[in-house]
Design a protein around this ligand. Structure first.
Ligand code: HEM
Length: 409
């Protein structure tokens, strides 16, 4: 985000300007634009996905209504994920998010068992995650002040990831640095590609060593996984791990950040959740709906088709704006209101259909442990007066900072 323009006039921002600002646009007021699109242009033609490595001459459409987005994500007959391979694949190598059909099914079947927390570390997995949250809080608690976004929400999911993979904990800093650079690929492709290469150089010998001496960690499970006599190659394992660095660095952190933002700006809710921790699940799902950490999912039309009566020619890119869909008034009552008591919260923040997030239970567990640990360890958490935070972003979305003061419990 460092390279983004500093001054953007949000009052006059329109969708085309927003799209031109790129996937990491540091813009807060996106929901007003989406509301207008859902009302007047539910299938909006844009050049964005066409720029993203699509063959010349192809068209692109941004969709914002819940039913349309869900319809495209569910319809893998007419829509392909290959466009993700041509964009993210440049940095990541071959990963699930860019695969279709049988290839996707095979890889998903190989990978899914390693993503179950129970499969990873048995019943002690939650303890490992809790210890990671405790250690991260220990690094700032004596100060009585912190930027929760930087000091906790960003560091903690990567620290969980390092422990999941069975990497030495003193490697956290470098994985953290590469994770940040990987996220910047849309802004600074050279930096993103360099981080991907460094991760490849770092992870390949680790994967090779675990092939010879397996442990009980995720890398060992991925190496051992087999379907119809086929296993993942070292390069496929490393590609998947790089995808997980991004999943760890750019999703759960936003989710946690927005959860903290909501609690910091609603003292009554903070106290309600503090005294009834069972509410954390509803808080989690309402954050996923209200400010979906991943805003945009990309697909490409396999054949001539239609969305809401609009012709979508074969080869067109389709940008599914999940964040806009999750605020659709046709699906959710008072969608702009953050309502922890909302019933039937069928958000699609984890996507929908065959690519539904493979790490959703891990994200849920991480968030639950993180919020419980923060509330256990920090009392009287307050935003720092005069330093405002905003929730920003287009493709990824979360707070820009969260400066707070607190008392150690
Ligand atoms: C709050 C946190 C998270 C959010 C909001 C999120 C969201 C998503 C979404 C929307 C997709 C669908 C992509 C598509 O349809 O193109 C997805 C896929 C995926 N996510 Fe997550 N994710 C989160 C956390 C995680 C974590 C912690 C992991 C693993 C450590 C993970 C691993 C994956 C994988 C492997 C896929 C690809 C699944 C497939 O293509 O079949 N995610 N995620």
């Amino acid at each position: 985000m460092e390279n983004a323009p500093a001054e953007i006039c949000e009052d006059t921002l329109d969708i085309q300007t927003l799209l031109n600002l790129g996937p990491m646009a540091p813009v807060s007021n996106t929901h007003a634009i989406y509301a207008g699109l859902r009302r007047d242009h539910p299938v909006y033609e844009t050049t964005l996905a066409a720029d993203l490595n699509s063959p010349d001459g192809n068209r692109s459409f941004l969709i914002t209504r819940y039913a349309d987005v869900k319809g495209v994500l569910r319809d893998d007959k007419h829509y392909s994920s290959d466009i993700n391979q041509r964009t993210m694949g440049v940095v990541m190598g071959p990963t699930l998010v860019g695969m279709d059909g049988r290839e996707h099914l095979k890889h998903r079947t190989l990978i899914t068992p390693s993503m179950t927390p129970r499969a990873l570390k048995g019943d002690s997995f939650r303890d490992v995650v809790r210890k990671t949250a405790e250690d991260t809080i220990d690094s700032f608690i004596e100060e009585g002040a912190a930027d929760l976004h930087h000091d906790f929400c960003f560091k903690y999911p990567l620290a969980v990831f390092v422990s999941l993979l069975g990497l030495p904990s003193d490697h956290l800093d470098r994985v953290h640095r590469w994770g940040i650079d990987l996220c910047l690929v849309a802004f600074d492709p050279a930096k993103g590609i360099s981080a991907a290469e460094k991760l490849l150089d770092y992870l390949t010998p680790i994967v090779q060593a675990k092939r010879n001496e397996p442990g009980s960690d995720m890398i060992s499970m991925l190496i051992a996984a087999e379907i119809d006599g086929e296993k993942l190659s070292d390069f496929e394992v490393v590609s998947f791990l790089r995808l997980l660095v991004l999943a760890g660095a750019e999703t759960t952190n936003h989710l946690l950040g927005t959860a903290c933002y909501v609690l910091l700006h609603n003292h009554a809710l903070m106290e309600r959740v503090r005294s009834d921790r069972t509410l954390i699940t509803a808080l989690f799902h309402e954050v996923m709906r209200w400010e979906s950490p991943i805003g945009t999912l990309m697909r490409e039309a396999n054949s001539d088709t239609q969305i809401a009566g609009v012709d979508i020619p074969k080869g067109s890119g389709v940008l599914c704006q999940v964040g806009a869909a999750n605020r659709d008034e046709r699906q959710f009552k008072d969608p702009d209101v953050f309502d922890i008591d909302r019933e039937d919260n069928e958000h699609i923040g984890f996507g929908y259909g065959r690519h539904y997030c493979a790490g959703s239970h891990l994200a849920k567990l991480e968030a639950e442990v993180a919020l419980n640990t923060l509330l256990d360890r920090l009392q009287d958490i307050k935003p720092v007066a005069g330093k405002s935070s905003r929730i920003i972003g287009f493709s990824f979305r979360g707070p820009d900072n969260l400066p707070v003061t607190f008392n150690a419990a």
